[in-house]
Design a protein around this ligand. Structure first.
Ligand code: M6R
Length: 606
């Protein structure tokens, strides 16, 4: 995660940028920096956290003369890299650039630029974007930006200073927010409107490919040919949360709807030539061949992701995987054989139980890998290795998109273990990865069924207690669906392996008893249909979520949500989205405090 602000006007650019960065710190605060145009030169200053940058700036009072500059802030650099080499902005002799978002083809571009004689000091996307632009710049910033935009893949926004363009800022973006703040005799270029708070509420939101050209008294938005575009001036809301929530009523819904893009951001940079690649994570070359088994430790939703991951790794790589609740593991004396990789999964990277379990594992001398969403979190630093999931800040207490990216990275990890252990050749790995990308592409089909899911949710809202059942991969998926429902609706909900239901719990089924059944696993559909019929025969009310091709009868289809048809292994992706929406709309129907349910906190740190 990263954010930036650019300023040009009559005020001190340094102060304005430092103020803007303080408002962007929630987008990352481990590395910050700024570049200022001063006396026909670009002065760049980098620091770790913002206070250290501010202290460094105070030692150079001449910087306060500058009236035009850019600054950025970002999460920690990847393991093994120092912050200087990942610093923002990145400057060449002719320009300085800050960016937000992720470049998906940075490796290909790096190779291209190396072929042209450029050398790189870091692995950062920012350096690649800066050097690409430098290579294209021949005195016309608009032309160079348009060309760069046609070569960059991913979702990003850039803000740029050119040494020979005094007092002027340039920017461009693709699938990533970029806005121009309109002040009196000053203007701003920001990756996030929250940086404008206290300066101006008036702004233009840039669309993909539009080029911003800002000087103190003139703001122009141009197309790639350099033609002026007319823009509608918008007024930002003073309430930061409302700005960030955009068109959505709740963060939970926003985060559910972001899942295609966060999965793409997380996975695309880890796919190279159609195969998994963990180069950006600085894992040792032999990492995936080193281990003979894996032990996952996690809590709550992260543990459910780990349980799905167990299935992916065992199915694809045939490596045994154990999953432990971190809250139990930490108080046991677990036997962890040599050759085990302990994998801690956590959105926050701060969950006390998972941290304590990680420390137990470390005390046994085995290698540890953290899969975390919050870079710079304690877990990321304590584990030997780290894989960041790039879901961005997850505001809603109920985890949705963070779960999805954990699942996404676990698929990649499983494929890579399978390759490394000779269970898959490259062609098979490419096909499997392609199926994963298709599964990600199917999320939209589930989101399009929001209205149907909302109707089903209204029927669940009045109940006091409910069962969630599934078999195979659908069982851990239902553990997650059930947790989601109970935490945001306060309805008592229990997840059961469907085959186990008749060994006891079925005695609770009386007329009207609600049950949600997930039937996505092709080979287990006959058994699931039997379960559904048994429950219906006793008067239970079953809502069935199943793959579109499942042969359900007319009666069942009256209460069914149909999911896209994918390989069994990838059905958790659309199923998760449907279950999240079901929980969300049930909570809304009950008038619950969706984003901040009672008694819960985002990170359980006690
Ligand atoms: O930050 P973590 O992933 O370590 O958090 C673990 C659980 O507390 C978390 O997943 C919790 O279950 C969620 N609120 C569920 O939506």
């Amino acid at each position: 995660m990263c954010g930036f602000i650019g300023y040009t006007g009559a005020a001190c650019a340094l102060d304005t940028i430092l103020d803007g960065l303080s408002k962007l710190e929630y987008r990352g605060y481990d590395v910050s920096g700024l570049s200022l145009l001063l006396d026909g030169q670009i002065e760049t200053l980098q620091g770790e956290r913002l206070p250290s940058l501010t202290e460094r700036a105070a030692l150079q009072p001449q910087l306060r003369q500058s009236l035009c500059g850019i600054g950025g802030t970002r999460w920690a650099p990847p393991h093994g890299a120092n912050w200087e080499s990942c610093g923002v902005p990145h400057a060449t002799s002719r320009l300085a650039l800050v960016h937000s978002g992720i470049l998906e083809n940075s490796r290909e571009l790096r190779e291209l630029l190396e072929g042209k004689g450029y050398t790189f000091q870091s692995k950062s996307d920012c350096e690649v974007a800066a050097k690409l632009l430098d290579s294209l710049y021949a005195g016309d910033p608009v032309k160079a930006l348009a060309q760069a935009d046609s070569m960059l893949e991913g979702s990003y926004a850039l803000a740029v200073l050119f040494v020979d363009q005094p007092e002027t800022l340039y920017g461009i973006g693709k699938s990533s927010p970029l806005a121009i703040g309109l002040g009196e005799g000053e203007s701003f270029l920001v990756s996030d409107c929250s940086a404008l708070l206290g300066h101006t509420q008036k702004y233009y939101a840039l669309e993909d490919g539009e080029i911003a050209c800002l000087s103190p008294h003139q703001v122009q938005v141009l197309d790639s040919e350099g033609h002026l575009r007319s823009k509608e001036c918008k007024t930002a809301c003073k309430d930061l949360w409302k700005i960030q929530k955009g068109e959505y009523d709740h963060f939970m819904l926003k985060e559910i709807c972001e899942q295609t893009s966060v999965l793409t951001h997380t996975l695309r940079p880890r796919i190279y030539k159609g195969l998994p690649s963990f180069e950006m994570d600085a894992l040792p070359e032999d990492f995936f061949t080193r281990y003979t088994q894996i032990h996952v430790i996690a809590c709550g939703t992260a543990m459910h992701a780990g349980t799905l991951g167990k299935d992916f790794i065992e199915t694809l790589a045939h490596l045994p995987v154990t999953v432990s609740l971190a809250s139990e593991f930490r108080f046991r004396e677990p036997v962890i054989p040599k050759g085990t990789l302990v994998l801690a999964i956590s959105q926050s990277g701060e969950t006390t139980d998972t941290l304590a379990a990680l420390s137990v594992a470390k005390s046994q001398g085995v290698d540890t890998l953290a899969m975390v969403n919050v870079p710079g979190s304690t877990m990321a630093w304590q584990a030997d290795y780290v894989l960041y999931t790039h879901a961005g800040p997850e505001i809603s207490v109920a985890s949705t998109k963070a779960f999805m990216v954990q699942v996404g990275v676990l698929y990649l990890v499983a494929i890579e273990f399978a390759r490394a252990h000779g269970r898959m050749d490259d062609a098979q790995a490419r096909d499997t990865l392609q199926s994963l990308l298709e599964a990600i592409g199917s999320i939209g089909q589930v989101l399009n069924q929001k209205e149907l899911i909302r109707q089903q949710a209204k029927e669940i809202a009045p109940v006091e207690s409910i069962f969630y059942i599934g078999r195979g991969l659908d069982w851990p998926m239902m553990m997650e669906g059930s947790l989601k429902l109970k935490e945001v609706t306060y309805i008592h909900s229990e997840a059961y392996a469907a085959g186990e239901f008749k060994h006891g719990a079925i005695s609770l089924v009386a007329p009207g008893m609600p049950v949600v059944a997930l039937a996505t696993q092709q080979k287990l559909i006959p058994q699931m249909l039997d379960n559904i019929r048994e429950i219906s025969a006793r008067g239970g009310r079953v809502l069935t979520l199943c793959r579109r091709s499942a042969a359900i009868d007319d009666e069942m289809s009256k209460h069914a949500i149909l999911l896209p048809d994918l390989d069994d292994l990838f059905m958790p992706i659309p199923a998760a989205v449907a279950l999240q929406l079901l929980a969300y709309y049930t909570a809304v129907a009950k008038g619950r405090d969706v984003d901040t349910p009672r008694n819960l906190t985002k990170a359980v740190t006690e």
